[in-house]
Design a protein around this ligand. Structure first.
Ligand code: SAH
Length: 482
């Protein structure tokens, strides 16, 4: 059982190494690995070996390290602030460790925890920010896994942002101590300066920071229109995840699964605004007004939409409203449902010699008298992805057939694309109307139509037609009852 009071046997510290010598004894892969690690710092590397492998020699040349090409001698360690015994030779490493200790220099011996004064961490480097992961030598694989996780969470621009912060530490005296300063730094690291740095605009970041410092006004809000992807948690982009972790408020649609909404900052306010049967739904105008209000309150808002925010997400209206209100926003793309459904079916959306264009449509515009342009594209071979197409399945099939598309054209349907409970159906355009009468599909449904669909993998899919007769019989029975 893990104890709540477990004590660390190795305590993490950050050691000054700028311009100091760090000695590494060894000429092989172990020495190279340590040289690479310490090479991330401004220490002067001193590599002691008379048997350097080619790769290490190349590293020494490329990084301006000092190479003492001689058999090891204790005198080589003098003046170093750290020593690595990395020769791969147990007796030599032991000798190096003993010499270092006698000279009062902390030593690390590769793969010999018993000889180590310190351990090297798995390192997330966003200089000047460093995150060191240690496991007291017990689990290097665990340390690397944690390193990877933390690395993905942090923006690559964190380093330059922290450097900018360091350069402003003197100017912070313009603000009274306490709350005002804390708020300034929180706005600095989470607001406009951070966003400018993220976009690679150093001078704008600086100006935004100065504005924050001088204005004393509450920071301006920001809305990120973020694509949550089709539903699977790991189809969220890293940027979407980072913004969720930084958000004050998450405004989400009903189609975004709870698990993804939960990935946001723990204490972020969560506001569902989407259409869910039986629940109160906000109108688009009310959502626009809410976003503007949150922006004016200085909140960092993630407006989370399923799939990609710019595909049938009404982002156009929200962006126009935000622009009119003068509220800053950005758009973060997501994996749209059509792509997730295609992946689930191993379905090539474009297929050499078969289909070279693709249509994203709802099918709802088929109700009019004239055939919409996309129908003509479908007839000339485009792959058609139909969003929100369940209730208009018969209409879509009928109009396309009427317009000249063969009833035998292949159709793939995915319910709950990307999720564990997804269901796949395949058939032809003639089978498509059965979709409307199926009572067993409760999740979102994506329909893909076109000759390229024939290139999909139907191994794990059910025939769409199996339901046609049943559906037709049901409809007929209902008709008879009336
Ligand atoms: N912006 C979203 C689409 C929103 S419209 C996107 O880019 O995906 C909602 C429609 O998207 C649903 O009616 C359905 O047709 C489709 N959809 C969304 N998620 C889906 C999923 N996991 N599986 C199948 N279709 C999905």
């Amino acid at each position: 059982m893990p104890q709540a009071t477990s004590k660390l046997n190795a305590f993490p510290v950050f050691m000054r190494v700028e311009g100091e010598a760090v000695a590494i004894v060894g000429g092989g892969q172990e020495a190279l690995a340590k040289a690479r690690l310490i090479g991330q710092s401004s220490a002067v590397l001193r590599i002691i070996t008379d048997a350097a492998e080619a790769e290490l020699l190349a590293f020494i040349a490329a990084n301006g390290a000092i190479h003492i090409a001689a058999a090891y001698d204790a005198a080589h360690l003098e003046g170093a602030v750290m020593v690595f015994a990395a020769s791969g030779d147990e007796a030599l490493d032991r000798r190096v460790a003993e010499d270092a200790r006698r000279l009062g220099i902390p030593v690390n011996a590769v793969d010999r925890p018993d000889l180590c004064d310190f351990f090297t961490p798995a390192l997330v480097n966003r200089a000047p920010v460093a995150i060191a992961v240690g496991t007291e030598g017990a689990g290097p694989v665990l340390a690397q896994m944690l390193r990877g996780k933390i690395d993905r969470m942090l923006s690559p621009s964190l380093g330059p942002l922290a450097s900018l912060a360091a350069s402003l530490r003197g100017a912070e005296r313009l603000l009274p101590k306490g709350n005002a300063r804390r708020r300034f730094w929180s706005d600095f690291f989470g607001g406009a300066p951070a966003r400018a740095m993220e976009a690679g605009q150093l001078s704008q970041a600086h100006d935004a920071a100065v504005d924050l410092l001088l204005s004393n006004a509450p920071s301006s809000g920001h809305i990120a229109l973020v694509g949550a992807g089709p539903g699977a948690e790991d189809l969220l982009t890293l940027r979407a995840h980072r913004l969720l972790m930084e958000a004050d408020v998450i405004v989400h649609d009903a189609l975004v699964p709870e698990a993804i909404v939960a990935m946001g900052r723990r204490d972020a306010e969560r506001l569902p605004v989407g259409k869910r049967k039986g629940c109160h739904t906000k109108s688009q105008a009310e959502i626009n007004a809410l976003l503007i209000e949150l922006g004016r309150d200085g909140k960092r808002v993630v407006r989370l939409k399923s799939g990609d925010p710019l595909v049938f997400g009404r982002a156009g209206e929200e962006m126009a409203a935000l622009r009119d209100a003068g509220i800053a926003y950005e758009v973060v793309p997501g994996v749209t449902a059509a792509f997730a459904a295609a992946a689930d079916f191993e379905l090539p959306l474009t297929l050499r010699g078969v289909s070279s264009s693709m249509v994203f449509t709802t099918g709802h515009d088929l109700k009019g008298n004239s055939l919409p342009d996309w129908a003509k594209l479908a007839i000339s071979g485009a792959t058609v992805a139909v969003y929100m197409g369940r209730s208009v399945a018969a209409e879509v099939a009928g109009r396309l057939i009427e317009a000249g598309l063969s009833p035998d054209t292949a159709v793939a349907v995915v319910e709950n694309a990307s999720l564990a409970n997804r269901r796949r159906f395949h058939g032809t355009l003639a089978d498509l109307p059965s979709l409307e009468v199926r009572a067993d599909l409760a999740g979102p449904v994506m329909t893909i139509i076109g000759d390229a669909v024939a290139g999909a993998n139907f191994e794990r899919s059910e025939p769409l037609a199996a339901h046609r007769h049943e559906g037709a019989a049901q409809t007929a029975a209902e008709g008879a009852k009336r």
